[in-house]
Ligand binder design. Structure first.
Ligand SMILES: [Zn+2]
Length: 224
């Protein structure tokens, strides 16, 4: 990677923002094998390389520590060291804090002072019938106006990239994909001005339209 600002930590690769005016943090919590969501880490890294956005990419499998779950969550693989999940989640909070500080949005009280978006990048199976799903826990994590504006923008950009939206529709708050409750804890910790969206991207879009997805998310970041 050329021109990036990478920080490797125990559980994450952290891409410090190259453009501090882009108040968005892309986050791939399920990027590490086994049980990885393919291309989610690549999408975050490419966004950093192309437009300079901040990113956090998990380097630990969700099977042993799920970064999209609370500190007391028990992984599938119970042979991991005691407190592994807790330590991983605490590190996520610390790294996110560091990135928000770099973006110049973190107040002395530890809360975000200026509207910033934490954009979780996930993978969903094609069988769910959507190209993308945006989850905000029905507006609890992010105002529905912002969610809908991003959805419309993604539709226009993906269509311009040759993606058939009838085959790959974009949905919001689909049952089971409306954003994990843990994200409410993330939002509480950093305050109301941190908006959070859990974005699920279908296998087809991740694997066959990777470039179009990255381009669309770049444009969204530039127009937040
Ligand atoms: Zn996921």
């Amino acid at each position: 990677m050329v021109g990036g600002r990478l920080k490797e930590t125990r559980f994450h690769d952290v891409y410090l923002p190259l453009r501090k005016d882009l108040k968005v943090v892309f986050w791939a919590p399920h990027a590490a094998a086994p049980k990885r969501e393919f291309y989610t880490g690549t999408i975050v890294r490419e966004l950093h390389r192309r437009v300079g956005t901040a990113g956090i990419v998990a380097q630990v499998s969700r099977a042993v520590a799920d970064l999209n779950r609370p500190a007391d969550h028990t992984g599938v693989d119970c042979s991991c060291p005691e407190n592994y999940q807790r330590e991983a989640v605490e590190e996520f909070f610390n790294q996110l804090k560091g990135v928000l500080k770099e973006l110049g949005v973190l107040g002395e009280d530890g809360k975000v002072m200026e509207k910033t978006l934490l954009f979780g990048i996930h993978g969903v199976k094609d069988e769910k019938g959507y190209g993308m799903i945006l989850g905000t826990r029905h507006g609890t994590l992010c105002p529905v106006e912002l969610r809908d504006r991003i959805k419309r923008k993604l539709e226009v950009l993906l269509e311009a990239g040759g993606i058939d939206l009838n085959q790959n529709p974009i949905g919001c708050e689909v049952p089971g994909y409306q954003g994990h409750p843990f994200l409410e804890e993330v939002k509480e910790r950093f305050g109301e001005k941190l908006n959070v969206i859990q974005l699920e991207i279908s296998k087809t879009l991740r694997t066959k339209y990777t470039d179009q997805v990255i381009t669309a998310l770049s444009m969204v970041s530039l127009a937040l």
